[in-house]
Design a protein around this ligand. Sequence first.
Ligand code: HEC
Ligand code: HEC
Ligand code: HEC
Length: 420
Amino acid sequence: MNRSSKFAEFLVALAVAGLLAMFRYILSRKKLPADLPRADEPQRASGTAGIKRWVLIAVGLLAVLGVGAFLVVVSGIVPIKASSGHWPITEWVLQFAKSRSVATHTLGIETPPLDDPSLVLKGATHYAIGCRPCHGNPDLQTPRIAQQMTPRPPYLPPRVPNWSPDELFYIVKHGIKFTGMPAWPAQQRDDEVWAMVAFLLRFPEISAEEYRLLATGGIAKVNSELPMPDSPTLRDTPRAVTENCGRCHGVDDPGMAAFPKLTGQRPAYLFAAMRAFASGERHSGIMEPIAAALSLTDMRELALYYAGLPQISPLFSRAQSPFAIERGQAIATGGIRSQRVPACVACHGPGTAPRNPIYPNLAGQYAEYLVLQLMLFKNQHRGGSSYARLMLPVAARLKPEQIRDVALYYASLAPIAGTK
Ligand code: HEC
Ligand code: HEC
Ligand code: HEC
């Protein structure tokens, strides 16, 4: 007999002994003369004694129930097997408890605008890895292994209309205890969870074909200047790129700035970024699991691969917002003295001055991505490599409109040549 079952038996014996003692006490109290009504206070005394006895009996019954339940558990007759499913009544109670808990906990959550197609794309590409193995896709609505779970992960399109956006947000961010539904890997930031909600809200109305295009990033690749994964120039493409990274980082479309461009970046920075995601020091529910599955050798290979690709010229032209770009240029090159913001070019270029190769280039990057990162730094939600602390005071001192201007300036620049 092992130690834990011995301990369980000891607890049962203790509980039974405790119960016996309590009943003896209740019975013996009946006969105590002190409980008999006294001449001076007949009504109140007998009333209190009666109530006391009922309370004791109720407590005794509860204790019996508790010990009974405990004995059932100790005996091991409760089946925990997933193969038998739940009884309909258990299923109903659990579903009811879930919807009540979600409704109560979503009070006060505000839903941001979710109609941006790049949010839907970001959500869909992650769904394909993070959710599909349990919840299926239009081509395979009930994955075989997940169907043997209790409770079963439902196919989501028919379920989505039952929930409001804030409720979906709460479920996706926090997961559901005891069901296998996991919480979002990066609890520090909410924007990615909202991207997933944006996709879920569209999910019921999209076709199988549209789902396939979204999940593989193919929806935007038509405009790509990047060589396609099957082109002969890319024979040396690492497998990770054709099988995974390319779905997201191959996407190159001005309306779909869901993912950062990796071309035009130096290998030292790309490598440091992957390591930071893998260790959880840089927060992203999308990139953390992907990077954590890479070996250091994979990371090095992928960093060199992306840094060596032909650079994509900016999709964003200076003529689109000339005044904002001019203001952004002044910030990047001269800083803002009154707000103690340093010039960005000292660390990020462009320019000929030598810079630490682990500092990222910003030229030619999507404006939306730069704004997102600066806002994450500002709210202290980004994390990053061990150099990321250099950015915290910079972002904290920038106003949102200055962040937009400087992002537009960098997005309008040609990528820096010779990034190796
Ligand atoms: C390991 C399997 C698993 C993974 C991965 C998973 N889920 Fe779930 N999910 C479940 C299970 C099981 C339930 C059912 C819980 C229940 O019945 O109470 C669930 C429930 C849900 C629900 C509530 C559905 C309803 O109507 O009750 C939503 C929404 C959801 N998941 C979204 C997601 C999203 C989005 C992802 C990916 C980020 C994801 N899930 C990843 C297992 C999983
Ligand atoms: C499902 C989509 C998706 C896939 C697949 C994906 N990424 Fe990412 N990646 C992202 C997103 C989104 C970000 C931006 C994260 C953030 O907001 O911090 C990112 C950021 C990065 C960054 C940091 C870029 C920067 O400028 O800081 C690197 C490096 C990176 N990914 C490498 C990879 C590699 C290598 C692979 C393949 C092994 C890969 N990614 C696969 C979505 C993806
Ligand atoms: C003292 C050096 C320094 C200065 C000055 C600086 N930065 Fe940075 N910045 C960094 C470092 C280092 C990182 C990379 C952090 C990491 O590795 O996680 C970074 C990251 C960033 C990123 C995220 C890039 C990406 O691909 O994820 C943005 C955007 C950014 N900085 C914008 C700015 C702007 C705008 C300014 C000027 C207002 C500025 N920085 C000034 C050092 C600096």
